[in-house]
Design a protein around this ligand. Sequence first.
Ligand code: ATP
Ligand code: MG
Length: 284
Amino acid sequence: MIGVLEVVGHRHGRSFDDEDERLLTGFVDQAALALERVRLFEEEARSPVLARSDELKSSLLAAVSHDLRTPLATIKASATSLLDPEIAWTDEARAEFLHAIDEETDRLALLVDNLLDLSKIEGGVLRAERAWYDVAELVADVAGRLAATVAAHSFSTDVAPDLPLVRFDYIQIRQVLTNLGENAVKYTLPGTAIVLAARRVPGAIELSVTDRGPGIEATVLPRVFDTFYRGEPSGRVAGSGIGLAICKGLVEANGGQIWAESWRGAGTVVRFTLPLDPDSEQPA
Ligand code: ATP
Ligand code: MG
């Protein structure tokens, strides 16, 4: 049932006859048909959106189920081993298990943050809570958080002196830098250099993560920011292909742009800007 028609009284006070009933029934049938047509039309308009979100959900599940299971398995195995009353672990072994738990928990937390951001970006409900921040402090914070991840690399930061304050969503931009730092570690050999840099460019602050890894083929370079895109050789490295898509969504929500430059065999640099809007007053 899509509606009820209530008929109250007759204009000339007489009761309804067969003719009236036929007329009203015809009227109701037409109204029902018209409503049905509108409903079908709306459904048709909505189905590409639904199909797109269904597609997204299944790709997402396929992509992340492995990424979720691997760290969980490591955490579970390490905790179970540590709790085993039969085994007296050496200090070194205990530290190794605890390190594994620490690292894999960070990886899980990053993945969950990325998934939440992706759903907001895809749903068109991502908002940047922009406030004034010091980029040097942001870079130091990210460097600290990445310390365990980059431990096997030669990691450094390079922040230009006297950068002005800039308005951005701190949590979101920290997530961008963390994702870029994670990629730099994942796709390059231990011991190679990774640099987290910040400098002033006309109208913006530019942040970048540079590595000395295998680089990205020029033909696929424009696709690395697509959702679920993963490069060929990365088949061996864990990942869902959502890190850079999220970076793009977050940077754009903050009014900036993101792009990658790469040289096959010589490394990759991913840069993004945070605009210094000239109309807004700097706080004292
Ligand atoms: P996720 O970030 O979701 O765990 P991912 O790292 O595969 O998975 P993205 O961060 O979006 O996904 O990167 C997309 C692809 O771009 C990667 O699979 C990889 O092929 C390539 N790529 C990204 N960063 C680098 C880099 N620094 N050096 C070489 N290739 C890279
Ligand atoms: Mg990544």
